[in-house]
Design a protein around this ligand. Structure first.
Ligand code: C2E
Ligand code: MG
Ligand code: MG
Length: 699
């Protein structure tokens, strides 16, 4: 651009000859228009022009976004230093003096174009880098030895709410943004690196411009001087908040109880383990409180689960308050103390007292908890009263590992509950072993259903005339972590004494009926499912209705269910029993007398009852072919049953000799190890499925 035609022509000619393509303008306005319409790589500008002079045009060009980088070559008068100075101020890239040396002009232009291409590619790579860093949420900083200021990237400045225009800040400004709990540690980290230590990566919390906590990961590289000392640090700082939040969420799901936000059993055991190791090292004592709400189930049942949940949440809050020794604890201390409380499940909570002087200290906390929890609460408009029973186990005397301590505290809690409610009780190893075992078993049995520890085994029954499987008896099994496999002869009597047989019996009946229905649906022909019923179940006021309800619920036809009851039951309240049996019979359910021969049945009474089957007890079958008295009893029972129109099944048949004897006496059915052990559902299903083949082999 030049207002002087001669100069324009000369410049154009010479550059065109050198292979460039030229557009000409005779003043600033025209130049700008041409610039906008064409893809211009370089501009030569004359200084003196009418209207818009060279400087003004240059300023104007630089103001446009796409004009910021284009090289501008100013043509000034020789020795016109003022113009040169002004040209640079206006944003010119270079200048050339008039009169123009055309050879030099060509080289100037070439050089400027090459430099401008380099700058453009540098800008491009910087842009890419910035984008990549932004996507990765990565910022960086660098810091020279002996200097007070660090240079921060824009990303870091923005995160911390610092002015990016400044970009250099003293270290303390940055340290101030580090979360107070992490500050020392970050300070030390930097110190160590300056001392020539290993430059490891760290992650810590920062408080961002909006006052929110962010997680960052820092990595640093030190440049060493000739003596091997760090002279410069280059660091990156990556925002990993989202990653961390996701991790936290996963962690929370795995280790905390979603209702109360307290640690769960897993996490609590882990904390207890750590606390125990510390106590061992310090030779100190530690107490574990195991707490269970009295009558929680009743509140849940009567006021609904919503209120039950609120109660558990309120309990968690009250526990936190009563565990804090005093109100003046700092927030951090309070948080740490809150973490010593856990919800193990249901209405069971534990509290860890990590450093106590005497056992009595634990009692003080237990009393404080009792006082706090026994205050009435109003939940969704209901006034609720609750009390806790608390068991206490102390390290080292009551156990040295988490499992033993938890178990013993639990047992002590159970003992407290037995003695009345709202009590606390220390674990006492001198509890005699039998009482101990019973308490353990009872305590564990209470949780057996919800922990899914019960199962049913099934033992087939054989119809002798046809040689076919005519039914199965469902037999309960219990496997527990602490006690191993407990035989029914041990846990059923306990369940009867404690009333637990009611929920257990309900589970058994439902499970057995579901199984029978499932076999029927898959075409496995088992005509009868026999289920043992305890006296306590049988005498429940609405027992028959309850049976009907489970039959309806599971869709099993009543005639496929047989209930086994014992003789002794019939003798206690013959009138009531007779009525219940009649109602059951009317429903179509089959009825059998279990363990027949061991009670003292009044035979004439028995005759009046609507029974289907007698089960000869295993003791009479045991030596049936060796012991004449057993043989006589079995023979008499079979004959008597026949006369009363009842079927007879012999239990405990273990060998062929017994089978032959019973067959000869026209016993209808047998059950026992000779035919099959009681088997889990999957195995008995497989066996029943293969039955036709079995018959063919038998001929
Ligand atoms: P039961 O009803 O008389 O059951 C028969 C018992 O004899 C079963 O013992 C069975 O495993 C065992 N048995 C089977 N074949 C033979 C054999 O050939 N020889 C010998 N010696 N024994 C054999 P199990 O399973 O230990 O059950 C014991 C008792 O526990 C049952 O006696 C029953 O009274 C009670 N029981 C089991 N499950 C339940 C249940 O779900 N509810 C109730 N209320 N009681 C149950
Ligand atoms: Mg039985
Ligand atoms: Mg029996």
């Amino acid at each position: 651009m030049d207002d002087d035609l001669a100069t324009r022509i000369l410049v154009s000619e010479s550059l065109e000859q050198a292979g460039f393509y030229i557009e000409q303008a005779e003043d600033g306005r025209q130049a700008l228009t041409i610039y906008e319409r064409n893809n211009i790589d370089l501009i030569t500008l004359d200084v003196v022009m009418p209207e818009l002079d060279g400087f003004a045009t240059c300023v104007e060009l630089r103001r446009r976004p796409e004009g910021a980088q284009v090289p501008i070559l100013m043509m000034t008068g020789l020795d016109d230093y003022e113009s040169i100075n002004q040209a640079f101020k206006a944003g010119a890239t270079d200048f050339i003096t008039k009169p123009i040396n055309f050879i030099l002009l060509e080289y100037r232009v070439r050089y400027l174009l090459r430099a401008s291409a380099d700058v453009a590619s540098l800008h491009e790579s910087e842009r890419r880098l910035t984008t990549a860093q932004r996507i990765a949420r990565l910022g960086y900083w660098d810091w020279s030895q002996g200097q007070n200021l660090l240079r921060l990237s824009r990303e870091v400045c923005e995160m911390l709410g610092l002015d990016p225009q400044t970009s250099e800040f003293p270290f303390w400004v940055i340290l101030n943004h580090v979360h107070e709990k992490d500050r020392n540690f970050v300070d030390q980290w930097v110190d160590e690196i300056w001392q020539g230590g290993k430059s490891r990566a760290i992650s810590h919390r920062l408080i961002d411009a909006n006052g929110n906590v962010r997680y960052v990961q820092q990595q640093v590289e030190a440049v060493l001087d000739a003596f091997g000392n760090p002279s410069h640090l280059y660091g990156t700082l990556q925002d990993i908040t989202e990653l961390r939040r996701a991790e936290e969420r996963i962690w929370q799901l795995a280790f905390t109880d979603s209702l109360t936000r307290l640690p769960n059993r897993e996490l609590f055991k882990d904390r207890l383990d750590t606390a125990l190791k510390l106590a061992k090292r310090r030779n100190s004592q530690l107490a574990l409180l195991f707490l269970d709400l009295d009558n929680f189930k009743r509140i849940n049942d009567t006021l609904g689960h919503g209120v039950g949940d609120l109660l558990l949440q309120a309990t968690a809050e009250r526990l936190k308050l009563s565990v804090r020794a005093n109100d003046s604890v700092s927030r951090n201390e309070a948080e740490e103390q809150d973490e010593s409380i856990a919800r193990l499940g249901g209405d069971e909570f534990t509290v860890l007292l990590p450093d106590i002087q005497h056992s009595a200290d634990a009692a003080i906390v237990a009393e404080r908890i009792q006082a706090s929890l026994s205050q009435p609460l109003t939940l969704s408009g209901h006034e609720v009263f609750i009390t806790p029973s608390i068991g206490i186990a102390v390290f080292p005397q009551d156990g040295e590992d988490p499992d033993t301590l938890i178990k013993n505290a639990d047992l002590a809690m159970y003992f407290a509950k037995h003695q009345g409610r709202n009590l606390y009780q220390f674990y006492d190893a001198t509890l005699n072993e039998a009482a101990h075992k019973r308490l353990t078993m009872e305590n564990q049995l209470r949780k057996a259903i919800e922990r899914n520890e019960l199962s049913l085994y099934y033992q087939p029954q054989l119809d002798l005339p046809s040689g076919r499987i005519c039914g199965v008896e469902a037999l309960a099994r219990w496997t527990n972590d602490l006690l191993g496999t407990v035989p029914p002869l041990e846990f059923i009597p306990l369940a009867e004494e404690t009333g637990l047989i009611i929920p257990i019996g309900e589970w058994v009946l439902r499970t057995a009926c579901q199984q029978a229905k499932a076999w029927q649906v898959t075409g496995i022909g088992v005509a009868r499912m026999a289920v043992n019923i305890s006296a306590l179940q049988f005498i429940q006021p609405r027992f028959a209705e309850w049976v009907m309800q489970i039959l309806e619920e599971t869709g099993l036809e009543p005639m496929m269910l047989e209930l086994e009851i014992t003789e002794s039951l019939l003798m206690k309240d013959p009138e009531g029993a007779s009525h219940t049996l009649q109602t059951l019979k009317n429903l179509g359910v089959q009825l059998a007398i279990d363990d027949f021969g061991t009670g003292y049945s009044n035979l004439s009474r028995l005759k009046q009852l609507p029974l289907d089957r007698l089960k000869i007890d295993e003791v009479f079958v045991r030596e049936i072919n060796l012991q004449p008295s057993n043989a006589a009893i079995a023979t008499a029972v079979i004959a008597m049953a026949e006369s009363m129109g009842l079927q007879v099944i012999a239990e405990g048949v273990e060998n062929e000799a017994q089978l032959h004897f019973l067959k000869a006496k026209h016993c209808n059915e047998i059950q026992g190890y000779y035919l099959s052990w009681p088997l889990p559902a999957a195995e008995i299903t497989a066996m029943l499925r293969n039955l036709p083949a079995l018959h063919e082999e038998d001929g």
